[in-house]
Structure formats: structure tokens, C-alpha cells
Design a protein around this ligand. Sequence first.
Ligand code: Z2T
Length: 816
Amino acid sequence: MAKPKLTPAELTKRIEHHLQFTLGEVADKENKQAYWRATCLAINEAVISKLQTTRARQQEKQVKSVNYLSLEYLMGRMLSNNLHNLGVFEAAEKALKNFDMELSDLCEQGADLALGNGGLGRLAACFLDSLATLDYAATGYGVHYQHGLFKQSFDQGRQIEEPDLWREFGSPWEVCRPEAAQLIPLYGHVEHQTQADGSVKSIWHPSVTFKGVPWDVPIVGYNSDTVNVLRLWESRAVDAFNWDLFNNGDYLQAHKTNVQAETVSKVLYPNDEHDAGKELRFIQQYFFCACSIKDIIARHQGLNGVDWAAFANDTAIQLNDTHPTIAIVELQRTLIDDYGMNWNDAWALCRKVFAYTNHTLLPEALEKWSVKLFERVLPRHLEILYHINEEFLNNEVNAKWPHDFQMRAKLSIIEEGAERMVRMAHLCVVTAHKVNGVAEIHSKLVKSDLFPEFDALWPEKLTNVTNGITPRRWLKACNPELSKLISKHVKKDWAKDLDSLKSLEKLADDAKFQKEFMAIKRNNKVKLAEEIESLTGVKVSPDAIFDIQIKRLHEYKRQHLNFLHILALYHRLLENPDMEMHPRVFIFGAKAAPGYHLAKEIIFAINKVADKVNNDVRIKDKLKVVFLPNYRVSLAEKIIPAADVSEQISTAGKEASGTGNMKLALNGAVTIGTLDGANIEIAEEVGDDNIFIFGNTVDQVKAIKASGYNPYDFYETNKELTKILDWLDSDFFTPGQPYELSAIKHSLLDGGDPYLVLADFQSYSDAHHALDVAYREPARWAKMAILNTALMGKFNSDRSIQDYVNNIWQLTPCAE
Ligand code: Z2T
């Protein structure tokens, strides 16, 4: 069947129609919001019709599908992505010219869908893009937060958080599906009924019920036949009003019930790698898992009920970290309590469908819920959990390590102690048929350091899938000029087959190509410089090196290492203003979790030093520092194409993978980084000459810690470190207010420098010097930049998804 392609004329007509009849607006060029909305609505028609044919095909072919469960999706803006993926970006550009409008301007009107914190949420978004692109049947499940990640601004250098209002006026991309709403009971007690045969039956009597209403966001594959769905659950009260209370005259109590229900999906928790253990978060997790499990089962409901053998064969459920772990217990409970299945069959089914991805080794991020809280909210689930644990310890652990009580305590899903806790990761590993880390080194450490006993018990279970990024958003859409240059030389559809960029390798030394490549980089830097000036008022030169660190603010990511090096450069320049050095602009983007004190102090310190450095005429504009407010996906899309240098400087062993490292390198930035996460694999791809590696390795970090690390040794012997750390106690950067920046120094010295900032400082500083020398050889630098772009094929998220398909999900594509 020939597909009707959206022509500029057709699009123009549809936009006009929506402007007039859906939005009730008159054609007013000044009203960009209205044109943006009308354009989205026009495009959404094509999206929805493709969604319907996809659904029909997937149902008819009965292929196995994956259900991706995640508390977070960082989708960013949808318009330009959907236009590119549908292949109608240029048609839309032409259509908007008819209204005398720039499409790129209009795209700026959309709010980011910021339903996530950082890498984990953005990975989920890239995976949905790849699943649809590769024509796999997949559903993403998540929470329809009323407020996504907070909006960040600075007040005199300090972070201020404001609520994110992404759907204040509704989002054109989501469709509400009230007919698929689910009822979710919780709290209450369990009744134990002795049956005629002497067995005991558990009956859960919940005391509260919430309603889950799904909102569907269509996910358009790139140049594929598929539009899948991201289904986000919103919590509501079961009745819009409690009529009894209302009739009794207690109008306010009736409202209270509503407010309670709506609180569940009110706001995303802004901690990226810290488990706060809050009851509302636990309920969020259960609420969306229970809705999703019911929805998955409903999709398999035939005339004679659910065919469970078929269900187990054509359903995969992927847990994005431990956040959705409770889905395991919920499925086991549902099979037994609601469908009358016996324990063993139900358990076998759970083990077949679930798989789990680990995203961090940081102990403070590993989720534990107190047994007390668990019991109060989900009493029946706790019973089931205990049973799962008993069977695991008595059968599997005991078979491997007979009567080994230490081993039992170590592996138990319950941690015994002053307060008994449920270890969510243990439940995941015990249940899942596969557990994966997200980069080679991380997966190795998951085996050797995090779960060595589980690895001994099940040697095939723990595995690796290296992360990836979608080249559609992170090159084709965000860097149109570079994309055009690439397309001139690479005839394949490189945005689908990213390995084909390798053919650029032979042009890396070609003077003409170097000139074109670097001219595009410079142009992107001019645009970013304008953005920087409009966001911060700071003027920066596009001829300087743009040195970028963009990621959540965390001690392990070591923004403060970057900061100390900036202080060192500044200090050197003050001592010798004629020092040989190519001008450099250090650019930061990062949100700190609102409760993370030191992270906020680091933001403050960088802002204060930026103020001083940027206004110091003595250093002749050789050094600039900018901290861009409100870092998010749409801002990343502007920064990344303009990057010369990519800062990936985590303490070795701490960054599970990183994905920003891949985005920056793909756009021709050269990495300065530690041997951590995916940096190691990036170095393997681009070769040692095209990356600046520094710092202690994982083994060296372990050795330093084992021998008793003393940061004072570095503070005292490295005279530059002495000076710059003492600088922080003075009022040089905060006139009249000494000690305002001392928190960093304090954490690095008396705090014990847990992330070895001082131990890596000199090596980092040396690597930066080598980088500066390299930049001053333009042909050498251009070659490095080109090779970084050319050799990123491995980090296409399509490859990651294919790895999941081959090793974990066993899906077959479902194209036309
Ligand atoms: C997160 O973004 C990551 C790990 C988390 O552990 C939580 C969040 Cl919000 C619970 C990141 C990792 O830090 C990063 O290295 C990795 O690339 C990313 O997940 C995707 O796997």
C-alpha cells in the first residue's frame, strides 16, 4: 500500500485547519505558541494513523514484545524529533515558509518532557527511539508526573528550584485513554482463611484504592514502519468526589481524598543516585507497576481468558534499575491471588519474563525499603516476598552452600539489623533471568564487587549491554550542518547505520574536509556563544576552546576537579599573564539534587569564580567560565554540537557508563577522561592518540584506598594545590565574606576526599596541558575531532537494543 506522504501543501492546509478550528486562533505571526501547537497537531495526525496500523500489525502477527518499566523518561522536545523520524522535516520547513515562519524557531516553543533526572531517564528515551526504529513491538511504562524535574535558576550564584510546568496548557503529544484505566488497592490487612484441606489462604483487604489513568505518547521510529507507545499513568481518586462525604456536608474531607490520590503522580523525585526512602516514592513505584502489570495482562486477554503459556513466551519485562522491582511481587501475587495459579508455575513464569538492568554501584543509591513500611503499604506483598526469599535460601543457597548461615545472611532479600530492610536489588537478581550492567567495566564490577556470590550461583546470569545514544536526536537533528556534510560523503542512511561513519576515517587528514568540518564546528560555537550571552550576559569568543562538562552535579563526577584546575589556570595566568595557552571557555551545565548540600556549594563556588575570572582584565580574555542555568535535553542539543572538549572525569569505578561522553564525541568533541565507564570503550574505538586519558585506574583507586589515603599528603606536597585550596578560605572571590567557598576545601581535606580529587589533580592538569598543545596544532586537532565522529558507530543505541534482543529479550521485528 502506497503511503500518502505529507507534502508541504498538505501540511500547510492541516496547520491552517488546526489553527482555526482546533485552537480557534486567527493567523497572527506573533503568536508562535499557536503555530507551534497547530504544527504539532497536524503532525500528530500522521503519527496517530501510523500508530494504529502498527498496533493492528503487531496484534495480527502476535510477535513477542518488550515492556520497559522505568520511573523516568527524559524525552526532551518532541516536534523536531518526530519530523525527522517521519522524514518530513524539510516538508514542514517549506510549509512554515508559507506562513513566513522558521521551523527551527517554532520548535523552540515546545516544553521539554523532563520526566527524568539524568542518564538513566535519557537512556530510556533513546531505547524507545531505537526499538521503534528497529520495528520491535515495545511499550514503555512510566509515571505521568504533573511536575517533571525542577527548573533551575541562580540567585547570586546559588541554585533556586522552581516547579516544572510542562503541561500547564496540555501537551499536544499525549492521548488520554480513560477506557484503559486501572484500579490500584493498597494498605489494609491480610486475612488468613483455613481451607477444607487444611491449607491457609491469604485474602488481602486493602483500605485505599487509587485509579490509574493512562496517557499515551506515541514513539515514532526513524524511517521505519513502527510507532510504539509510551504509556504514562496518572493517579486519580476513584470517584471524582466522595459523594457520601459530600452529601454529609463534609465538602473539605471529600476534597482531601482527591488530593491524596492526586499526590501519587504529582512530582518526580529529584535525587539521581540517592535513595531517600520516602513512603510516597514507594507508593509511586507500586502504583505504576501495578497499573502496568494489569495493562500487560489485559493485552493478552482472549475470549477464554489469558493463555499463560503464550504469555510467558511473548512477554518480556525489563526493569530499569530497581525502581520498578515491586512489579515482580505484583505479578506473582496477581497470578496466585487473582488467577488461581499455583506457586511454582507462577514463579517459573516470573523468572522467565523479568530481566533487570543495574545502573550504579554507589551504595547510597541501592534501594532498601524498611520491612515496616513495606508491611503497612503492601501487607500481602510482604508475605509473598518472604516466601520467595525462603524458597531461594532453603533451596538454591542451601544446595550450593549447605548450612552456611553467613552466606544466607549475605544473600537474603531481607537485611537483618536494627531496622529490617528489603534489598530490592537482591529480589531483582534472584528473580531475573538476566542482569546487565551498562558498560564493560561496570558489568565486570557488578560481578566481582557487587554480586560475586550471585555470580557464583548463576554464572550465566550476570552480563553486559553497553549503553548507546540515538544518532537521530544526537547528531542528525541537533547538528544539521554536520549532518549535511556527512551525507555528502556517506551514501548510506548513516543515522540508521552509524557504523557507516567509519568511511570518514580516510578523510581525517584531508585538508579540505578538515576545513569544512572545523568551519561547521566554529559556526556551532558562534550560535552557542549567542545563547551563552543571552542566558548569562557573558561574552565568549568562538575562537576559544569550548570545554564542556554537562551532567548532574555529583561528587563522584568531580565537577570540583574541573573547578580546581580552573583555579590553577587562573592562578598561573595572574602570575604570568603572557603564559602560552590557547584561550579557553569552561562551560558547565548541571542540576544539584535539592537536598545535596555539597553539590549546591560546588555550583555556588563555580559561579563566584566565574564572576571574578570573567571580569578580570589582567588575564586578557584567556579564561572564561560559564555555568548555564537549567541544563536539560533541549539545552544539551545546543551545547553538544559546539563542544571542542568533553569532560568525563569521574573517579574510576564510579560512573557506570556515561552517555554524554558518547553524544559529545559523536559531534566531534575530544574527550579528556578517566578510565571509567564507557570512556574505556570510547578510547578503544578512537585509539589512544585521539583521547586524553588521565588519572588513577580502578585497581589503583582500590590500592590507594586500601593503603589509607591521606589527602593532606597532596595538599602539602603540591604547592599549587596548597595555594588554590587556601584561596578558597580567603575573600578573593567573595569580597568581605571569607570562608564562603570553604566547604569544598573542607570536604577534600577533613572530609577525606572520598572521590580522590587531589590524588588525580596533577595528572588531570598535565592532560589539560597536552590538550592545549594539541589544539594549537590545527591539523592535528581537526583530525582528532573527525576521527571521534567517524568512530562512534558502536554507541548507536540501535546496537544496544540489538544486544538486548539477542541476549535477553529474543524478539523478532514486526515490519510491514
Ligand atoms: C542515573 O542517571 C544513573 C544511574 C542511577 O543509578 C540513577 C540515575 Cl538517575 C540508580 C546513570 C549512571 O550514573 C550513568 O553512568 C549511566 O550512563 C546512566 O545511568 C544510564 O545507564
